[in-house]
Design a protein around this ligand. Structure first.
Ligand code: HEM
Ligand code: HEM
Length: 224
């Protein structure tokens, strides 16, 4: 006999990463469009450390965080989506559903592109990314343009993400509470291995120190 009970699904690092990322991107949007470059760079370095840790956590972290476990074949995704469109509630192992997994990968690629182009960008005034001096002025301007266009794509992806989550709630599947509490109700035969998120925070702290001393120190000193 199986029971449906609350079980751990998202460790504390995944949850903290998710909400810190959402707030930081809001801040990057505001500071980028307002030209508040010292804050923009500082927030970007914070996000750089956060996302780097998420990528490492995607290999060594909880099973629900591991890319190799949650990214399924496109066929699985199509079957999942067609069943959903028929109004069924296809079951999937605890963690990201097959379609959501591709959204995670898309977010990662978009954010890595955003961070990389930012490092080579310039604002035509006095601020330039720390690696802009390595490329010609033309290349830096081109990467700055990509930085602006890619952000619009990110906004589109966020819109899609929020729409998908709203559709799930209309269909009585609450995804938000588990992303806050870490726990979700599912069959106790399918328990994923959720490790202590503290290790994720330790990695984040170590990467944060490296990013601070190699890239962020000078610009953070200007903030206050
Ligand atoms: C800047 C805005 C946001 C970005 C870039 C973003 C990105 C992401 C990413 C990358 C994941 C995968 C988490 C992982 O495996 O590490 C995720 C999951 C999730 N996000 Fe967001 N998110 C944003 C805002 C929000 C907001 C405002 C909400 C709530 C209304 C939300 C609700 C969720 C939920 C519920 C999941 C888990 C989905 C599942 O069960 O598979 N997100 N998000
Ligand atoms: C995921 C992280 C990032 C996000 C979401 C982001 C977002 C933005 C946005 C929305 C703008 C305004 C674009 C416009 O003018 O329409 C901008 C501009 C800019 N960003 Fe970022 N950015 C990120 C990372 C970085 C990084 C890592 C750097 C450099 C260290 C950087 C440097 C710049 C510069 C120099 C500009 C000014 C460009 C201009 O004046 O046209 N950004 N960013």
């Amino acid at each position: 006999m199986t029971h449906t009970q609350l079980h751990p699904v998202w460790d504390s690092f995944i949850r903290g990463y998710h909400w810190l990322q959402a707030v930081t991107i809001g801040g990057l949007w505001y500071t980028g469009t307002e030209g508040l470059m010292d804050w923009h760079f500082s927030l970007a370095y914070f996000l750089l450390a956060l996302i780097s840790t998420r990528l490492i956590w995607g290999v060594f972290g909880s099973e629900t965080a591991q890319f190799s476990r949650f990214v399924r074949s496109p066929v699985t995704v199509i079957n999942y989506l067609t069943a959903s469109l028929r109004g069924e509630k296809p079951s999937y192992s605890p963690g990201h559903n097959p379609a959501g997994a591709y959204m995670v990968v898309a977010f990662m690629l978009l954010l890595i592109t955003q961070l990389t182009t930012g490092l080579f960008a310039n604002d035509d005034i006095i601020s330039e990314g720390p690696f802009a001096y390595l490329v010609s002025g033309e290349t830096s301007s081109l990467l700055t343009e990509i930085h602006a266009i890619n952000f619009d794509i990110i906004l589109g992806a966020i819109g899609l993400h929020l729409t998908a989550i709203a559709v799930y709630s209309l269909r009585k599947e609450n995804l938000i509470t588990p992303m806050l509490t870490g726990r979700k109700r599912f069959n106790d035969e399918a328990l994923p291995k959720v490790v202590n998120g503290i290790w994720g925070w330790v990695i984040f702290f170590a990467i944060g120190i490296i990013v601070y001393f190699t890239l962020a120190k000078d610009v953070v000193a200007y903030l206050f």
